[in-house]
Ligand binder design. Structure first.
Ligand code: BDP
Length: 665
């Protein structure tokens, strides 16, 4: 049992009659899935009906006891997966209109052409490899791509960007595009469109032009021709994802043009074919300006200047996928552009391939955050899914955590994050609890002899405690890494272990932890109020007021917005220093508790998956302890206060941790 089957394990052998009023490769898949996965009454007739209905939006569907109706073939396939999911999970199958929250539900792979993956923790790329056979499409490639497509379709994902945002210009060369076509052909019946990340300077790098200036007519022509070439190969190609003028990537500003100028040029090239440009707002430069403010400063003035097939892709937080950030102030603010959230499924900053961290609670917190841009209730979900602010396109992207590892995601429980992304992209009001419940039942129930049939107490003894562990896991990680609004205090560039001290000479300040935690003899935290960087002013008035005031600022964001004295009184009555100590300590305790919870469920899990998770949890515990010790001993040099005597003492030496860290980097 290597976890390769993900959440798709049903199969009952019960017969069913499927009646469908149309034929297509997508509908064939729908029929096959229904026949092999059906768990309802044997011999039942199920009707798959393509018929327009105004209640149905996009690839949505209407479900009922014996019928799935949709406007599109893909809608039928989604309906089938929903029906099977409900059968597996034990939910009611009654009349229900199910429409997607976002029209574009896209995975972003940060896969490089040589097969490595930036911030990937599950092996090499499933799309690319190095070597002489790099572009040979093998049978095993196709099998894997098909499994990948099926898994995505089962949770409603309908787009995939096949390569890293730090894109190689080679991506647009002939051999590569042929392979993209081969991938697209496999993904198509499952309703998944392919997209590519492009390098903005491709015209000069591979096209032989002297410039890549968007105002140069030859450059325009080059992109138009490139688009034509791609669409000849892949008529339903989705479009381009672009990281420009960000972290050293080229962009329109290299030629004195704006992000809008650059995006619009590309938008015009793909427009005739119905393509879109996903243009990232993840930009910041070495400057005196607070990094958290830069994306807003750059993009807000451009609102209204983008072509209608440009979608601005904005990371959930204003900095960078931290364990916890407040939402990016661009959400709800740019009202004349299509805005899409970008969240990170791969756990770059949340324990990578080692820590068990279920991310749905983080995304739920984000989607439910209230921007107040159109009064109370202007949640990120409402502001981005078209319900509150009209957008030409609605979309959401997740940075993928998938690789060649047998279980796809490195950590078995990281599969739940892939699953959660798809489910939330389809329905952005689902709760983390629902998602964990679905995932656990489909992944662990009825999988072998130890299954629920033999263990009537499965729900009580497995489902309940493991679900609770999942739901608590993100807060635990925040506690042992960066509680109370601390952020970006990782060791060097690896973004895994602690490194609040890390600040080698010559490196840009905004890449070093001391820039973010600002610890000194007085206190700790980044002052983003009016007396500091004034980052708060980028939010709506209500939110700005809320965050500015230490009394109303949620404690989870306290040190994100405020620099406070070590003896500042917290709501708990403790001093800030003591509270910090307790948070770190409770994070460690939580992970220790997860170990016990997992050990107890051994009778309910096959031994391979059991030992896999057990080992990971041990390593997570060791790392959590290291985080606590490193951060408390480091910050104590500034606070000069004792670690409260009722919590466990550190077991590591700070100088040793630092020495080992410096040796590694
Ligand atoms: C950061 C990653 C870096 C990415 C960048 C991005 O560390 O590898 O290239 O985000 O999103 O989080 O462009």
């Amino acid at each position: 049992e290597n976890g390769h089957q993900l959440w798709l394990r049903s199969g009952s052998g019960k017969s069913i009659n499927v009646v469908c009023n149309k034929k297509s490769s997508t509908l064939n898949i729908a029929e096959e899935e229904l026949k092999s996965g059906w768990k309802g009454q044997a011999g039942k007739n199920i009707y798959l009906i393509i018929k327009r209905d105004d209640l149905i939006k996009g690839d949505g569907f209407i479900l009922s006891d014996n019928k799935i109706q949709a406007n599109t073939d893909l809608g039928i396939l989604y309906g089938v997966y929903e029906l099977l999911r409900r059968q597996n999970v034990g939910d009611d199958i009654k009349f229900d209109v199910c429409n997607p929250a976002y029209e574009y539900r896209v995975l972003n792979h940060w896969d490089n052409l040589d097969g490595t993956i930036e911030r990937g923790y599950a092996g090499n790329s499933i799309f690319w490899r190095d070597g002489e056979d790099a572009f040979v499409v093998k049978e095993e490639d196709k099998v894997l791509w098909q499994e990948y497509a099926r898994a995505n379709a089962s949770i409603g994902i309908n787009g995939t960007v096949l390569n890293n945002v730090n894109a190689s210009p080679e991506m647009l060369t002939h051999n590569v595009l042929n392979r993209v076509k081969a991938i697209a052909d496999i993904l198509r019946p499952y309703g998944i469109k392919t997209y590519l990340s492009i390098k903005f300077s491709s015209p000069s790098m591979i096209g032989g032009l002297e410039t890549s200036d968007p105002f140069d007519s030859k450059v325009n022509e080059w992109w138009n021709e490139k688009a034509k070439e791609i669409y000849q190969l892949i008529p339903d190609f989705g479009g381009f994802l672009v990281k420009a003028n960000s972290e050293g990537q080229p962009g329109p500003q290299d030629y004195g043009r704006t992000h809008a100028d650059g995006a619009n040029m590309l938008a015009d090239a793909v427009k005739p074919y119905g393509g879109v440009i996903m243009w990232r707002a993840f930009v910041y430069q070495t400057s005196e300006e607070d990094r958290a403010k830069q994306a807003y400063n750059e993009f807000m003035p451009l609102d209204g200047q983008f072509r209608d097939n440009v979608i601005i892709q904005v990371k959930n937080g204003p900095i960078d996928f931290q364990p916890r950030e407040p939402f990016s102030p661009l959400f709800g603010a740019m009202k004349s552009s299509s805005i899409m959230p970008e969240i990170q499924i791969t756990q770059e900053y949340l324990g990578q391939g080692i820590h068990l961290v279920f991310l749905a609670p983080m995304w739920e917190e984000f989607l439910k955050s209230d921007t107040y841009r159109k009064g109370k209730g202007s949640t990120i979900a409402n502001c981005t899914d078209g319900s509150l602010i009209t957008q030409k396109y609605t979309a959401i992207a997740g940075v993928s955590n998938i690789g060649l590892d047998a279980n796809w995601c490195g950590h078995l429980f990281a599969q739940a994050n892939w699953y959660a992304f798809g489910r939330l992209a389809w329905n952005n009001s689902l709760t983390s609890e629902q998602i964990a419940n679905e995932w656990l039942i489909q992944t662990f129930k009825n999988t072998d002899q130890k299954s629920a049939i033999f263990n009537p107490d499965w729900e009580l003894n497995f489902l309940k405690p493991i679900k609770q562990m999942m739901l608590d896991s993100r807060e635990a990680a925040v506690n042992y890494m960066m509680p109370l609004g601390l952020h970006h205090i990782f060791a060097a560039e690896e973004h895994y272990g602690p490194g609040p001290w890390w600040a080698p000479k010559g490196i840009r300040k905004d890449w070093t932890p001391p820039y973010y935690h600002q610890a000194d003899s007085v206190g700790i935290g980044f002052n983003r109020t009016a007396t500091g960087s004034n980052g708060v002013c980028q939010y709506s008035e209500n939110v700005s007021l809320l965050f500015s005031n230490t009394i109303t600022c949620p404690e989870m964001y306290l040190l994100w917005f405020h620099h406070l004295s070590w003896t500042y009184k917290m709501k708990s009555g403790r001093t800030l220093w003591d509270e910090l100590c307790y948070r770190y300590d409770s994070g460690v305790k939580q992970v220790r508790h997860f170990q016990t919870v997992w050990d107890k469920v051994q009778p309910y899990v096959d031994f391979q998956r059991f030992f896999h998770v057990q080992r990971k949890l041990r390593e997570q515990s060791r790392n959590a302890q290291l985080w606590k010790d490193a951060c408390l001993l480091y910050f104590q040099q500034y606070s000069h206060l004792p670690i409260p005597y009722d919590i466990e003492r550190p077991v590591h030496e700070l100088d040793v941790i630092i020495k080992e860290d410096l040796e590694r980097h």
